[in-house]
Design a protein around this ligand. Structure first.
Ligand SMILES: Cc1cc2nc3c(=O)[nH]c(=O)nc-3n(C[C@H](O)[C@H](O)[C@H](O)COP(=O)(O)OP(=O)(O)OC[C@H]3O[C@@H](n4cnc5c(N)ncnc54)[C@H](O)[C@@H]3O)c2cc1C
Length: 404
């Protein structure tokens, strides 16, 4: 029997598997996909990821394929853009197809047993073990058992559904993204070293410049907005890009170089992260709208927490105290997540509320341009370089909104 089965080989699953395998655990990672595989994403890793990637021992391998991101440029619906350089470290831009493949290869090299094209369809918890039923191509079925299971199977987590932790989200924005070539860089950033966030009244667009002259250009919009795109996706996508003032003049030579990738609904969504011998990590445990670009950080850092508490649970060797009650170490995991990520989720949700008022966008970007220390604190918190609590205080909010 394995010590730990990890379901899902996105950033959360592969990182947790690598850490556990390196510390001597017997770990299997199961994913329904064959890698490399694409995943709808803005392809931006915030600077908080840098230190986690370094601790994982995968930063150098990633840096060979990724482009460094030096800061974020926020472009309001009206008024001037503001550039927010990261106070330290760098972010990275890399297609998820590559990122996830590098992380999974690292997990395998660390000693994890990787099983691709393995879709988990059933789960059974016992006092001292957890068993999963897996569908493989063929079709054939397999059973795998372990002392613990980490569900890192994404926002629509099957594991969360099977443990009763909660179903998939039903509200939120929808996204449509593609890789473009020929997007003219912003004049203030001719080498495309900054990520861009273009804000509208009910939508936003993220831009990340990638190696090879490509840019990931992803629009997020409400369900009603997307309905109007039906049957004319191509035309509506370009119309929507032209409607962002910061993009309108830069599209003359731009051309779509990939399929469209759509996803949604996406909104804040949190589940119970421990049940019996099962931990949830990454999007399976909690999700925030991609607006603030923190999902991959939360997946990687959450994997470190999951691995650490899984280790304690294995060392404790306890039986599950009652059906659905988490092992004591996993109860602690839930608390540790709440302590560390609670303020991050709160900041993201506050910004979701404020970001779509053109008047507030305008005022905040003006104030930040005039008082750069505000921008440093904000991007430090959004980049997960500083604690979110440093900007979640009335004094800071009042200064940004010009009411202090
Ligand atoms: C449009 C969009 C743009 C985004 N942009 C950004 C961004 O720029 N920066 C950022 O930080 N975050 C961004 N995010 C969020 C980010 O993508 C997620 O937070 C991140 O992928 C979470 O990683 P994860 O490992 O938890 O899950 P995932 O990356 O979703 O991986 C889950 C894995 O589980 C596998 N799986 C699912 N079900 C099963 C099953 N039953 N059996 C076996 N395997 C299964 C899947 O195949 C997948 O490989 C964006 C999200 C979206 C949708």
């Amino acid at each position: 029997m394995m010590d730990v089965i990890v379901v899902g080989a996105g950033p959360a699953g592969s990182a947790a598997a690598a850490i556990l395998a390196r510390s001597g655990c017997r770990v299997a990672v199961l994913d329904r996909a064959r890698f490399p595989r694409a995943k709808p994403c803005g392809d931006y890793l915030n600077p908080g990821c840098d230190a986690v990637l370094d601790r994982l021992g995968v930063r150098e391998a990633l840096a060979r394929q990724a482009r460094p991101v030096r800061g974020m440029r926020i472009v309001p619906a009206r008024g001037d853009a503001v550039a927010l350089p990261f106070p330290r470290d760098v972010g990275w831009a890399i297609p998820r197809r590559l990122l996830d493949h590098v992380l999974l290869a690292h997990a395998a090299a660390s000693g994890a047993h990787v099983v691709e094209e393995a879709r988990v369809v059933g789960l059974e918890q016992e006092a001292r073990a957890v068993r999963v039923r897996v569908e493989r191509p063929g079709p054939r079925h397999e059973q795998h058992a372990a002392r613990l299971l980490i569900g890192a199977d994404g926002l629509r987590s099957t594991i969360a559904g099977m443990t009763g932790a909660g179903g998939p989200p039903r509200r939120g924005r929808y996204t449509v993204g593609a890789y473009l070539e020929g997007l003219r860089p912003e004049p203030g950033d001719p080498r495309g070293e900054y990520g861009e966030l273009h804000l509208g009244v009910d939508r936003y667009c993220g831009v990340a410049y990638l190696a090879g002259g490509l840019a990931n250009v992803t629009i997020a919009l409400p369900r009603g907005g997307l309905r109007a795109w039906r049957g004319a996706l191509e035309a509506r996508y370009w119309d929507a890009l032209r409607a962002f003032p910061g993009l309108a003049g830069r599209l003359a030579h731009a051309r779509r170089a990939s399929e469209f990738r759509a996803s949604g609904p996406l909104a804040y969504w949190r589940r119970r992260a421990a049940c019996g011998r099962v931990l949830l990590a990454g999007d399976a445990a909690a999700y925030i709208d991609p607006l603030t670009g923190q999902g991959i950080y939360l997946a990687l850092r959450g994997a470190e927490l999951a691995a650490s508490y899984a280790h304690r649970a294995l060392a404790g060797g306890a039986a599950v105290p009652a059906p659905r009650a988490p092992l004591p170490a996993l109860r602690e995991y839930e608390r540790a997540r709440r302590r560390e990520f609670g303020p991050v989720f709160l900041l993201s949700r506050v910004l979701q509320r404020l970001a779509f008022s053109p008047a507030l966008q305008h005022r905040a970007t003006q104030r930040i341009a005039a008082q750069p220390d505000l921008g440093v604190r904000l991007i430090g918190a959004l980049g997960n370089l500083e604690r979110a609590g440093t900007v979640l205080c009335p004094g800071f909010v009042a200064r940004v909104l010009g009411i202090g």
